[in-house]
Design a protein around this ligand. Structure first.
Ligand code: GLU
Length: 502
C-alpha cells in the first residue's frame, strides 16, 4: 500500500499556524513513508470562501517547503470562482482531480442520490421555523436538541425534490459504532448520540461530512491526519463510509494547539497582542521557514525514546517522524521557544546567506541599503538577532547620512564634557591613520588607549559608540565602525565634538 495523505484547508483568507502544523505532519508522514502528499481545497462552504484564500495556502506551504505531489492544476484554479487566486500557484494536477471541492459538486450530489436510493439517506424539507420549534420543545423538556427525524419515514415522493430541501443521513436507530484513531485508540459511540445530520445542503452544496469523505475515497486517501476538532465527527464519518460500503482510511487526530499559557485554544486571530497566528505574520516578522518548520514539528510530536534533541535537520526530522510519537495531549504554543529556535537557525546561517535574507526586510522598512556595509555588519549582528526584522533597528545607523546623538548619552557615566571631547578627538586621530582597518586590531588599539587613559574599556568606548551609531546600545562597536567606513566614522566623530562644543 502506498501512503496517500492530504491537506485539505478551506480557503478562508489566511493560513493559521495550526493548519500549517497539520500540513507539516501530513507532509512529514508522506516523506517518511515514501507516500504522496495531496493538496485539496475545500471551498464548498460558500460563506467562508474569501478572495486571496488560495494564495495564502499556496504561499504558506511553499514558504515552509511543503511541496505537494498532487493538487489543483491551473485550469481548475482558474475555474474556481471568485478571484485571481490561481495566479502564483504551481500547476500540479494529478490523476484524481479536480482537487477543488466546489468543482466536484455534481459528484457529491450524485453520491447523496446514491445513498437516498440505497435507503441510507433521505430528503428533508422541514422549514427553519419547524426545526426551531422542535429545538425549543426539546430544550423545554431538557432533552438533547437534535433533528426529530420527521421526514425520515415519509412516503417516497412526499418530499418534492424540486423544492428546497436538504439530504440527511439515516443514522441507525440502535447499536453503536467503534471508531479507531491512530493516536487515541478506539472510541465507541452509541448511535443514540448521533442525529440524522445533513449531508447535502439546500443550496445543493455538500456539507464537509459528505464532501470530504467522498473526496478522500475518490482520491484513495490512506491516512487522514487532521485537527483534533474533527474527532467528535469521526463516528459520522464512519457511518458515511459504511453507508457507501467503502473501507474507511486510517484516521489520526492531531492534538489541539493551546495558547502559550496552556490555557485555552490558540487564538484564531491576532487579538490585541503582537503575537502572530497566521503564517504570513510569522514570515513578515522575520521567522525563518526552516526554524518555524522545526518548531512546529515539535508541537505535539517528539522523537521519543529519551531523545531530547530539539534542532533537527530536515532529513533527520523525516527519518524520526512517526505517528506513534504524536502526543494526544494538547500542546502549548511557546513563542519563547520559537524565538530561541529562530535565533539558533539565524546563527547557523553563513553570514552572506543571512545578509541575503535580511535584505528584503530592510527594503520593506524603506532603508536605502548599501549591500557592502550590510555584508560587513552581518556577522556582528548575527549573535543578537531573534528575527530577521530585528536587523532593521540594529543596522539603521549604517544606511543614513547622519545620526543625531543625544549629548547626554555622549558624555556617559563618569565622564565630563571635556574628557568626552578628548576621547572623541583621540578616536578620530587613531582611526584616521589606522591600518589594517579591521575590527580586531582596532579594538586592541582602543583598549590600549583606554588603559593609557586609566579607564575601563566600556566607559571609554561609550562616546564613540554614541557618536558613530547614535545609540547607547549598538552592535559591536568596532565591527560597526569598519562597516560604516573610515570617512563616515571620522565625520561622525567630528560632528559629535561640534555638538558638545556648541
Ligand atoms: N476543510 C477542513 C478544515 O479546514 C479540513 C478538515 C480535514 O482535514 O478533513 O478544517
Amino acid at each position: 500500500m502506498t501512503v496517500r495523505v492530504r491537506f485539505a484547508p478551506s480557503p478562508t483568507g489566511f493560513l493559521h499556524v495550526g493548519g500549517l502544523r497539520t500540513a507539516l505532519f501530513n507532509w512529514l508522514f508522506a516523506q517518511k513513508m515514501g507516500g504522496t502528499f495531496i493538496l485539496r481545497l475545500e471551498d464548498t462552504d460558500q460563506k467562508r470562501y474569501t478572495p486571496g484564500g488560495v494564495r495564502a495556502i499556496v504561499e504558506g506551504l511553499q514558504w515552509l517547503g511543503l511541496q505537494w505531489n498532487e493538487g489543483p492544476d491551473k485550469a481548475s484554479l482558474r475555474q474556481m470562482q471568485g478571484d485571481e487566486d490561481w495566479a502564483g500557484a504551481p500547476d500540479v494536477g494529478g490523476p484524481y482531480g479536480p482537487y477543488i471541492q466546489s468543482l466536484k459538486v455534481k459528484r457529491h450530489q450524485a453520491a447523496a442520490q446514491e445513498l437516498i436510493e440505497k435507503g441510507m439517506a433521505y430528503r428533508c424539507d422541514c422549514t427553519a421555523e419547524r426545526l426551531a420549534q422542535v429545538r425549543e420543545g426539546q430544550k423545554a423538556r431538557k432533552e438533547q436538541t437534535r433533528y426529530d427525524r420527521h421526514c425520515r419515514f415519509k412516503q417516497p415522493g412526499e418530499v418534492d425534490p424540486n423544492q428546497p430541501h436538504v439530504v440527511r443521513l439515516a443514522v441507525p436507530l440502535e447499536g453503536s459504532t467503534t471508531v479507531h484513531d491512530l493516536i487515541r485508540g478506539e472510541i465507541t459511540v452509541d448511535y443514540s448520540q448521533l442525529d440524522d445530520f445533513v449531508i447535502l445542503k439546500s443550496d445543493g452544496f455538500p456539507t464537509y461530512h459528505l464532501a470530504a469523505m467522498v473526496d478522500d475515497h475518490d482520491m484513495q486517501i490512506t491516512h487522514v491526519l487532521r485537527g483534533d476538532e474533527w474527532l467528535p465527527s469521526l463516528p459520522r464519518h464512519y457511518l458515511i463510509y459504511q453507508a457507501f460500503g467503502w473501507e474507511p482510511p486510517a484516521f489520526a487526530h492531531l492534538p489541539v494547539i493551546l495558547n502559550p499559557s496552556g490555557k485555552g485554544k490558540m487564538s484564531k486571530r491576532k487579538a490585541t497582542s503582537a503575537d502572530a497566528v497566521f503564517v504570513t505574520e510569522f514570515r513578515d516578522e522575520g521567522y525563518l521557514p526552516e526554524a518555524l518548520r522545526n518548531f512546529l514539528a515539535l508541537v505535539g510530536w517528539a522523537p521519543g525514546s529519551g531523545n531530547e534533541q530539539e534542532i533537527f535537520a530536515l532529513d533527520e526530522l523525516i527519518q524520526l517522524f512517526s505517528l506513534a510519537h504524536v502526543n494526544p495531549a494538547p500542546a502549548a504554543f511557546s513563542y519563547d521557544k520559537l524565538d530561541w529556535m529562530n535565533g539558533m537557525y539565524i546563527r547557523a546561517l553563513p553570514a552572506d546567506e543571512l545578509a541575503k535574507r535580511i535584505y528584503p526586510f530592510l527594503i520593506k522598512a524603506g532603508v536605502e541599503v548599501d549591500t557592502e556595509r550590510l555584508l560587513k555588519i552581518t556577522p556582528d549582528i548575527q549573535e543578537r538577532l531573534v528575527t530577521l526584522s530585528d536587523a532593521v533597528e540594529a543596522t539603521d545607523f549604517l544606511f543614513v547620512e547622519d545620526v543625531s546623538p543625544n549629548p547626554v548619552q555622549l558624555i556617559g557615566k563618569g565622564l565630563t564634557k571635556e574628557s568626552t571631547l578628548a576621547i572623541l578627538k583621540q578616536a578620530e586621530q587613531i582611526i584616521d591613520a589606522f591600518e589594517p582597518f579591521e575590527a580586531e586590531p582596532l579594538e586592541l588599539a582602543f583598549r590600549s588607549a583606554a588603559e593609557a587613559a586609566g579607564m575601563k574599556p566600556g566607559p571609554f568606548f561609550t562616546p564613540m559608540r554614541v557618536a558613530v551609531t547614535g545609540k547607547a546600545v549598538s552592535p559591536p562597536l568596532f565591527g560597526s565602525i569598519v562597516a560604516l567606513g573610515r570617512e563616515k566614522t571620522i565625520a561622525r566623530l567630528k560632528n559629535a565634538q561640534q555638538l558638545l562644543a556648541g
